[in-house]
Design a protein around this ligand. Structure first.
Ligand SMILES: Nc1ncnc2c1ncn2[C@@H]1O[C@H](COP(=O)(O)OP(=O)(O)O)[C@@H](O)[C@H]1O
Ligand SMILES: Cc1cn([C@H]2C[C@H](O)[C@@H](COP(=O)(O)O)O2)c(=O)[nH]c1=O
Length: 282
């Protein structure tokens, strides 16, 4: 591992990304930030366990937001209405953890438009619109500054692509050109920007449980979701996080069975607390 002086040299190239004057105000995080670019080396980026995040970034040459590379990132993944928000709420009471829920309110209202509702009404036409905005807002969540040493996020830019975009495309509801454009964006982002994740917590539910919880939550846009849609999302999650056959894993996975009632789930969260929080030492 390089010493402090070497690391200083590796991180010597700083760039400032500043908001353009006169740009329309946005509901995203302010983009004034200091970024560091790791040194690009011809060597292939191979990560070994225990290697520090700083060194990995130096090897890959990705843009990294200063300071954020030292924080632990835990992503809570699972099907629609599997209990992710409830899990985040539980851990939000822990000091040292800052929780970042999915920006669903933005997906329901971008300058007066509701791309989430439009997508469910006509996925062929509006899938690309929603997923472009999901990708942007998820990236914004990953890059936002937090004060606490541990960041717990609901889903990730990875599941938006590997689960939801993939589902639209495979079910024939996203034209190939839309899928290609979204994939190009995703590949550019993940190649050039450091999006570290230290642990994925997968709340594993049956699609039937999610269907029940979804009906109980009663979000207007989601009233049209049939059980088959949740089955497809479930299958994609299982392929990605359990069988590990579909897409790369950005982090180790901790599986928590999540079909149980609320009281039992809170007990499971408590039982797994140490394992989850130890992500900060990875
Ligand atoms: N273990 C549970 N048992 C029964 N209902 C639950 C449980 N966990 C969450 N719920 C309820 O199910 C609905 C979906 O939960 P939520 O946490 O919003 O899921 P997600 O964030 O994954 O979409 C909510 O109405 C919530 O109160
Ligand atoms: C990430 C992502 C989400 N959605 C949809 C799926 C649900 O209707 C909401 C998220 O609600 P949840 O209860 O937190 O699962 O957004 C989508 O269509 N595309 C996506 O990439």
């Amino acid at each position: 591992m390089p010493g402090t002086a070497t690391r200083g040299m590796l991180f010597g190239r700083c760039v400032k990304l500043l908001c353009a004057h006169g740009a329309r105000s946005s509901s995203l995080s302010p983009s004034v930030a200091v970024w560091t670019k790791g040194l690009r080396t011809p060597a292939a980026a191979t990560f070994t366990p225990g290697q520090s995040r700083a060194v990995r970034t130096a090897v890959t040459g990705k843009l990294v937001r200063n300071g954020e590379d030292k924080k632990a990132v835990i992503c809570i993944e699972g099907n629609i209405a599997s209990g992710k928000t409830t899990c985040l709420e539980y851990f939000s009471k822990t000091s040292n953890i800052e929780v970042l829920t999915e920006p669903v309110s933005k997906w329901r209202n971008v300058r007066g438009h509701n791309p989430l509702a439009l997508m469910y009404q006509d996925p062929e036409r509006w899938g690309i619109t929603l997923q472009t905005y999901v990708q942007l807002t998820m990236l914004d969540r990953h890059l936002s500054s937090i004060a606490a040493p541990i960041r717990m996020m609901e889903r990730s830019i990875f599941s938006a692509k590997y689960i939801f975009v993939e589902n639209l495309y495979r079910s024939g509801k996203m034209p190939e050109v839309d899928y290609a454009v979204l994939s190009e964006w995703f590949d550019w982002i993940t190649t050039n920007i450091s999006i570290p994740v230290d642990l994925i917590v997968y709340l594993q539910t049956s699609p039937e449980t999610c269907h029940e919880r979804l009906k109980q939550r009663c979000r207007e846009e989601e009233k049209v979701i049939p059980l088959e849609y949740l089955e497809s999302i479930h299958q994609l999650y299982e392929d990605w996080l359990i069988k590990r056959t579909s897409a790369p894993l950005p982090a180790p996975v901790l599986v928590i069975p999540a079909d149980h009632d609320l009281q039992k789930m809170l007990h499971h969260y408590e039982e797994n607390r140490e394992k989850i929080l130890s992500a900060s030492y990875l």
